[in-house]
Design a protein around this ligand. Sequence first.
Ligand SMILES: Cc1cc2nc3c(=O)[nH]c(=O)nc-3n(C[C@H](O)[C@H](O)[C@H](O)COP(=O)(O)OP(=O)(O)OC[C@H]3O[C@@H](n4cnc5c(N)ncnc54)[C@H](O)[C@@H]3O)c2cc1C
Length: 150
Amino acid sequence: MHVLVLGAGVVGVASAWFLKQQGYDVTVVDRQNQAGTETSYANGGQISVSHAEPWANPSAPLKILRWLARSDAPLLFRPRLDPAQWRWAMAFLKQCTASRAAYNIRQIVNLGIYSRTHLQALRQDIGIEYDHLERGILHFYTNPGEFESA
Ligand SMILES: Cc1cc2nc3c(=O)[nH]c(=O)nc-3n(C[C@H](O)[C@H](O)[C@H](O)COP(=O)(O)OP(=O)(O)OC[C@H]3O[C@@H](n4cnc5c(N)ncnc54)[C@H](O)[C@@H]3O)c2cc1C
């Protein structure tokens, strides 16, 4: 079977690699003339498996309201008269309850641990070299409430 992967970012390229390992013929197509030139190009490069807090959590709605007026907010939400945006916002809000956030944290941790195991195996299989460090990540909290909650 021949599989066509749309998008040559980290997700498309990794999917193509594992499909190929399973014996499929794979072609990766991208609208850019090189792989990895969009989101995958300039991210923070952190493999923060245990940083599993979902954006949708009980403190998010109030934070997002405060961020509406800031152009440099970490999560930009610009309300428009677009039904798709409001459907997305309602779906996001539904995931902000404590029980949904706890459920989603468990899913993210499981997915993160699974991904890390495969990333380690992949690094070994293909011998890829990059400026990789395993020293953990330091988190600073300037607010006692957020520290307790973390
Ligand atoms: C500022 C920032 C910091 C981040 N920091 C981290 C971090 O520290 N650690 C971490 O794990 N993650 C981080 N992320 C998230 C991470 O970068 C993304 O989750 C990841 O790169 C997404 O990969 P992707 O392959 O899904 O998307 P992309 O890399 O965007 O790949 C999608 C590809 O699809 C192509 N494409 C789109 N539409 C079409 C079309 N119609 N036809 C053909 N091709 C198309 C695009 O050209 C693109 O190449 C960060 C993201 C941002 C924005």
